[in-house]
Design a protein around this ligand. Structure first.
Ligand SMILES: C[S@@+](CC[C@H](N)C(=O)[O-])C[C@H]1O[C@@H](n2cnc3c(N)ncnc32)[C@H](O)[C@@H]1O
Length: 215
C-alpha cells in the first residue's frame, strides 16, 4: 500500500538540497557514531558472518565506503585481506575511513569510474550506495564487472518501509523489495543470490543484506 503512494524505487533529491558529495562530506564527522547507535554495525557484522570464507589472499573492494563501516565489518569477520581498496565520492568520508582502516588504499571515485590499475576483486562490498543513483541496473552491472569470476558481491540495500520513507525524506534514497533486488542482481549477471534480512532494530526495517556470486 505504502509503495503505491511513494515511488520507493526512484531516488529523489535530498530535501536539504545540494550535491550528494557536499551532503556526505558534511555528514562524515558524526556518521560512524550515528550508524552505530542505529544498530548498523551489528547488522553489518551479522551479514559478514554469513559470507563463506574467502580465498586465502583475497582482494576486497568497498564501493561508497563512507567511514569504512562495511569494510571494517568484513575485516573483523574474515581478517585483513591481502588488498583492501575503499572508494567514495566524499573525500571527508574517505579520510575517516582511512583513519579507521589505515591498511586500505583509498580512492575518490564514483560508481561507474574504475581506477585503471584496479583488477577484478574476490569480494566487492557495497552498502547503501546504489539507491542514491539514477540507474541502479547500470550500477549493478558495473559492480558485477568489478567482481572476479567466482567472487562475491555483498550488498546492503534499502527496503521499502514507512521508516525508509523518513530516511528518504532526508537523504533521497530509493528502496527496493527483495523481488526487485533479486531481479536487478540476476539481470546484472549474478547467481546464487541470497537475501539476508537484518534481524534487529532500525536495520531490520529500512534495509536488507544480499550475497551474490559472479559465476
Ligand atoms: C548511505 S552512505 C553509506 C556509507 C557506507 N557504505 C555505510 O554503509 O556506512 C552512502 C555513501 O555512498 C557515497 N556515494 C554516494 N554516491 C556515490 C557514487 N556515485 N559513487 C561512490 N560513492 C557514492 C556517499 O558519499 C556515502 O559515503
Amino acid at each position: 500500500m505504502l509503495s503505491r503512494l511513494i515511488p520507493f524505487d526512484r531516488p529523489r533529491p535530498p530535501a536539504r538540497g545540494g550535491a550528494l558529495q557536499t551532503i556526505y562530506d558534511a555528514a562524515a564527522t558524526g556518521w560512524q557514531d550515528g550508524i552505530s547507535k542505529l544498530g548498523f554495525l551489528a547488522a553489518y557484522a551479522d551479514l559478514m558472518q554469513a559470507a563463506h570464507a574467502p580465498p586465502s589472499q583475497p582482494r576486497v573492494l568497498d564501493v561508497g565506503t563512507g567511514t569504512g563501516a562495511f569494510a571494517g565489518a568484513w575485516v573483523d569477520a574474515h581478517g585483513t585481506p591481502a588488498c583492501l581498496t575503499l572508494t567514495d565520492i566524499s573525500p571527508a568520508m574517505l579520510d575517516t575511513a582511512s583513519a579507521r582502516l589505515p591498511q586500505a588504499r583509498t580512492i575518490v571515485a564514483s560508481v561507474g569510474k574504475t581506477p585503471d590499475d584496479l583488477p577484478p576483486q574476490d569480494v566487492v562490498l557495497c552498502a547503501h550506495v546504489i539507491e542514491h543513483l539514477d540507474d541502479p541496473n547500470a550500477s549493478l552491472t558495473w559492480l558485477f564487472e568489478r567482481v572476479a569470476p567466482g567472487g562475491i558481491l555483498i550488498l546492503a540495500l534499502s527496503r521499502p518501509h514507512w521508516c525508509t520513507a523518513l530516511v528518504r525524506w532526508r537523504w533521497g534514497n530509493a528502496a527496493y523489495t527483495p523481488e526487485h533486488a533479486r531481479t536487478m542482481l540476476a539481470v546484472a549477471g549474478f547467481t546464487d543470490i541470497a537475501l539476508h534480512p537484518f534481524t534487529h532494530g532500525p536495520p531490520s526495517r529500512v534495509s536488507h543484506g544480499y550475497i551474490a556470486r559472479r559465476p
